[in-house]
Structures are given as structure tokens and as C-alpha cells.
Write a protein that binds this ligand. Structure first.
Ligand SMILES: *Cc1c(COP(=O)(O)O)cnc(C)c1O
Length: 567
């Protein structure tokens, strides 16, 4: 394996979800980064991760007596982490900020180096306290630590790297440090340093909507010092004004990818016009099988034993029912159909869609013919997202034992919830879900996806074979309905006509679908496959040298010399 995969890669990401003991994530992006480092470990690939030690994680979000979510920020105990003893310094608004470097590798993952500017309450503790909190100023400071501090950490640790993989735009400033190094140490002019940097950077974009792509006022960047020695014009050349982190990464990398086939297309449409941008291909996300697939289910599947498969599935359901009983006052019936939905409560994910016309399913909910389990946090400043959570809590209170909302969604809840339900519901607005990964975890546990056709689903489950796709019954609906209405009608229709009758009356067919789902997902949507794709389609590809840029550099070089002479 490692013979073909020799390139040494440093992977930069704002968040990591390796284990609930080290909660440094908000959602899918972080879990993906954690799964990436675990698959790299399994395959023994020369990869390290760079991230930030978020002392107060993202938010511990609880539900108040009024049924509305509120945020708390306990400081975690990370004393189990190894302090490398190494330190690096970055400049923020003219002030030196020292970053400690910790190493995390106890979760069967490749080394993850975490930068830390001090605990909350200490002089620079405000920088690495909470993930995705604060204003633009705070965010820029955090990204200076991740990007500029991250490159300096690699140097300080003596880790040699062939490629820098920026996972999402937050790491853009790492490119500015790579440029600065070349201008200072190798005495290159800006254009040349940029061209050389491009040869060693890979970029993954995850954001399918323009508004989601972070941009900063150039003057603010200069004021804080994120420009890292570059001037206004040079910064503008990289990221525009305002400085768009995604555009900057596309201009500092030689190849980039979207995270599903569909999202690759969306990203090409969004960024195709951008001059000097990397080519964007598609590499679909995957999840770490050993982390997310229930062992007994995997074994029963390998033995091709339907009875064992159902027994293992029922056991996973019972574990979930007990877990729910330990956290709430609800007790579900493991013999009856359980539908799960857990994601960040971002409005585009439409977590509460199924409740938009409860009249239609009131009988199913009252009798417990369907039982629904939800979990998910809203971003602390997202009031719309919090309203969605409040709606789910209201339904939980209304339908007592048959609707459950679990507060403070995290990896522990996911580990019980995803394998412990029969159906995994997914109904984001299109084309907002770049990939989605919880459905992959479900699929490889034989939990059937009931989903819209977006993200990974477009290349995943087959309707009526290994899951159900809402879009496939649109032909039977009124064409004039808007997206929300159409999805809602399709959802109710499939529930009543397919999911419920098959679950209760045709166990043989249900089990066949479970097996088809596991077969479809367990390699194709694994992090192992994803990593092999990264090597084959990106890391091992040589950057194409751009003749035009080379010529331009030569000219600028000469001009540069001339000015030096005149001076
Ligand atoms: C897998 C996972 C996610 C991502 O789920 P999506 O379907 O991509 O939204 C988020 N949070 C946790 C805890 C997860 O395990």
C-alpha cells in the first residue's frame, strides 16, 4: 500500500471529531477529519493532522424548562493529551501570541497536532476557547493560529511535508505562510512564491452556497496581520476584496475537490469563472467503518445470515431504547418501527419537515406505528435553528413515548442512534448538502436511508432496493408544489405505502434491503476508499506547470532586479 502512497501530507482542518473524549467539532466536517486520520492510520499512510485545541468545544446545548435550547461552555479537561513541549509564535494585531503544540494519537489515528493559545481566562485564551464563536476579528485570529501557526508548528516539530491539504477554507492563511517562507528564505518574488506554493497545496471545498463561503474585509486582515507580510495588492490577487477564503484556497492550490459527485459539479459552477483557480474534481466523502459500523451487524452480514442480522439489528435497537430511557423519561418499543434524524439544526437541513402537517401522520405517531428520534444542536447565534430545535422539543412533549428529542447531539449519541434505528431520514434543501455522512454510517449498519436526492445520496442508495428516494415519487405529485411541499407529500407517501407495510408485513424484504444497503455502502462510502481516492486522484498527480505564469514571473523578476538597481 504505502509504496504507491509515499507523499507526505499535512492535513489542516478547523475541527476534528476523533472521539467524544476530545470533542473539537461542530458537525460533519470535524467527524470527516477524524475519520480521515483514522483511515490514514489503518492504511499506515504518511499523514499528520493540524488543528486547534478548543477548550470549550462548540457548545454544550441543553433544553430549558421552556423547551428552548440554551448554550453552556464548560472547560474540558485535556490533561490526557501529550504536550510536545514545542512552541510557536504568531503575530495578532502586532502582539506576539505563543501557541503550545499538543499531540493526540490515542484513538487509532495518525498524529493530530493541536495548537493552543492558553485556557479561557488567560491572556490569549480567547482565541482557542470556542469553535466558530465570536466576531470576524476572533475568527481571523483563530485562522491565523490554524494556518500560520500550523505551518510553523510543522517546522518546529521537524515534520517534513510534500503536500498541504486544506480541508475547507479556514486554513487559507497557511498558504500565506508558505508564500512568505519562499519570499524570505528562498528570496523569491511574490508571483514566483505563489506559483511554487500552488505546487504543494490541495484544497477541499465543502460549501455549496456562496453565502457560506467565508469572506473578510481586506483592511481588517491587514490590521490584524493575517496578511503575514503581503501587501494589499498581493492579498487581493489571492482572495479578492473582500478576501474570500474559498477563492484564496482555489488560487493557492493546484487541484481541488468537492465532496460528492453532485457537489463537485455545483462547485465547478460556482467557481468556474474564477481566474487562476485550481481545477475542481469530485471525491466523495467516506466514514471510518470500524468507528461507525456495529461489529455484530458486520459479522452477520459477512455470514449472510438473515436471522443473525435481524438479531444484531434488534440488539442495536434495544441498546438505543435503553440509552434513551437513561437520558429521558421516554421508553420506545424496539419491536416497532423507529426512524432517526440527527444533524446540526441548520435551517437548510429542515429537521422538522416531517411535522409540517402533523394531521397527516397524527394517527401513526399516537399509536406508535412510527417512533421518531431526533437530535441536533443549532449554532449558538442561529435563532432560526434554535426555533427548529424548539419545535422538535414540542413534538417530543406532545407525543410522549413516540417522539424523542435528545439534547446536545454528539458522537456518543450518534453511536447509539444511527445503528439503533430502522430508517434514517434526510431531507435537506437541494443542493445544500455537499455530501452528508450520517446516512453513510446508517447504510453500512443496514439502516435504510429515506432521503432526498442530494449529496452522496445521488450515488448511494437505489430507490426501493437499498433505501427510498423522495424524488422518485415526484411524478405522482402535483407539479406545482414548491420544494418543501413536494418533499413533505413524497415523505408521507413513501412512509405509508412503502416503509410501514414492508416493515410490519414483509420482514424478508426488509432484511434483503438491509443487506443491499450494507453492500452498497461499506466499501464505497468508507474513509478507506476516500483516502485511496485522495492519493490516486490528487496527491499523486503532479501539478501541471503553467507556462504563462512562468513567463510572467520571469518578467517580474527582471523588473524587480531593475528596481533594485535603480534604488
Ligand atoms: C456523522 C455525524 C455528523 C454529520 O452528519 P451529516 O449527515 O453529514 O449532517 C454530525 N455530527 C455527528 C456527531 C456525527 O456523528
Amino acid at each position: 500500500m504505502s509504496n504507491n502512497y509515499k507523499k507526505r501530507v499535512a492535513y489542516f482542518c478547523m475541527e476534528y471529531g476523533l472521539d467524544q473524549k476530545l470533542p473539537l467539532y461542530a458537525g460533519g466536517l470535524g467527524i470527516l477529519a477524524g475519520d480521515y486520520l483514522k483511515a490514514a492510520y489503518d492504511l499506515d499512510l504518511p499523514i499528520v493532522g493540524i488543528g486547534i485545541l478548543w477548550w470549550q468545544d462548540y457548545t454544550k446545548q441543553l433544553i430549558g424548562a421552556d423547551g428552548y435550547p440554551y448554550d453552556t461552555y464548560p472547560v474540558h479537561d485535556f490533561s490526557f493529551l501529550e504536550d510536545t513541549g514545542k512552541r510557536v509564535t504568531v503575530k495578532i494585531s502586532g502582539e506576539d501570541v505563543e501557541c503550545r503544540i499538543y499531540r493526540a494519537n490515542q484513538f487509532n489515528n495518525k498524529d493530530l497536532y493541536l495548537l493552543d493559545t492558553g485556557k479561557p481566562g488567560t491572556r490569549h485564551g480567547w482565541i482557542t476557547d470556542k469553535l466558530y464563536s465570536g466576531n470576524n476579528y476572533d475568527r481571523i485570529a483563530q485562522e491565523i493560529v490554524l494556518g500560520i501557526g500550523g505551518i510553523r508548528a510543522l517546522r518546529e516539530l521537524g515534520i517534513e511535508v510534500d503536500l498541504y491539504h486544506f480541508n475547507e477554507g479556514h486554513a487559507a492563511f497557511a498558504g500565506l505562510e508558505l508564500i512568505r517562507e519562499k519570499m524570505e528564505k528562498a528570496n523569491m518574488v511574490f508571483e514566483e512564491a505563489l506559483a511554487e506554493t500552488r505546487k504543494e497545496v490541495i484544497f477541499t471545498t465543502h460549501t455549496p452556497v456562496s453565502a457560506g463561503n467565508e469572506a473578510h474585509d481586506l483592511n481588517l486582515l491587514l490590521e490584524i496581520g493575517a496578511n503575514n507580510g503581503l501587501n494589499y495588492e498581493q492579498l487581493k490577487k489571492i482572495g479578492g476584496d473582500p478576501f474570500n477564503m474559498t477563492a484564496a484556497c482555489l488560487r493557492m492550490s493546484y487541484i481541488a475537490n468537492g465532496v460528492s459527485r453532485l457537489h463537485g459539479e455545483t462547485a465547478r459552477k460556482m467557481w468556474g469563472h474564477l481566474d487562476g483557480a485550481a481545477r475542481i474534481i469530485s471525491i466523495t466523502n467516506g466514514v471510518h467503518k470500524n468507528t461507525w459500523q456495529n461489529r455484530e451487524i458486520a459479522e452477520a452480514y459477512e455470514k449472510n445470515d438473515d436471522k443473525d442480522l435481524w438479531t444484531a439489528h434488534l440488539k442495536a435497537k434495544k441498546r438505543l431504547v435503553d440509552f434513551i430511557a437513561s437520558r429521558t423519561d421516554a421508553r420506545l418499543d424496539p419491536e416497532k418501527l423507529i426512524i432517526g434524524f440527527a444533524r446540526r439544526a441548520a435551517p437548510y437541513k429542515r429537521s422538522e419537515l416531517i411535522f409540517r402537517d402533523t394531521e397527516q401522520i397524527d394517527d401513526l405517531l399516537k399509536t406508535g406505528k412510527i417512533q421518531l428520534v431526533f437530535s441536533g444542536k443549532a449554532h449558538p447565534n442561529d435563532h432560526y435553528g434554535k426555533d427548529i430545535v424548539a419545535t422538535l422539543v414540542r413534538m417530543d412533549r406532545k407525543y410522549r413515548d413516540n417522539v424523542v428529542f435528545l439534547e446536545n447531539y454528539d458522537m456518543e449519541i450518534a453511536s447509539y442512534l444511527i445503528p439503533g434505528v430502522d430508517v434514517w431520514l434526510n431531507n435537506p434543501k437541494r443542493p445544500m448538502e455537499a455530501s452528508g455522512t450520517s446516512g453513510m454510517k446508517a447504510a453500512m449498519n443496514g439502516v435504510l436511508n429515506l432521503s432526498v436526492l442530494d449529496g452522496w445520496v445521488a450515488e448511494g442508495p437505489t430507490h426501493n432496493v437499498s433505501g427510498w428516494i423522495l424524488d422518485m415519487v415526484f411524478a405522482d405529485l402535483d407539479e406545482k408544489l414548491d420544494e418543501d411541499e413536494k418533499d413533505l407529500r413524497a415523505l408521507y407517501k413513501i412512509l405509508r405505502e412503502e416503509v410501514i407495510p414492508i416493515y410490519y408485513d414483509d420482514r424478508g424484504r426488509w432484511t434483503r434491503m438491509m443487506k443491499a444497503s450494507i453492500k452498497m455502502a461499506q466499501y464505497q462510502f468508507s474513509a478507506r476508499r476516500m483516502l485511496i481516492d485522495y492519493y490516486e486522484k490528487m496527491y499523486n498527480k503532479e501539478p501541471e506547470t503553467d507556462k504563462a505564469t512562468d513567463k510572467k514571473i520571469l518578467v517580474e523578476r527582471q523588473e524587480d532586479r531593475v528596481t533594485v538597481l535603480i534604488r
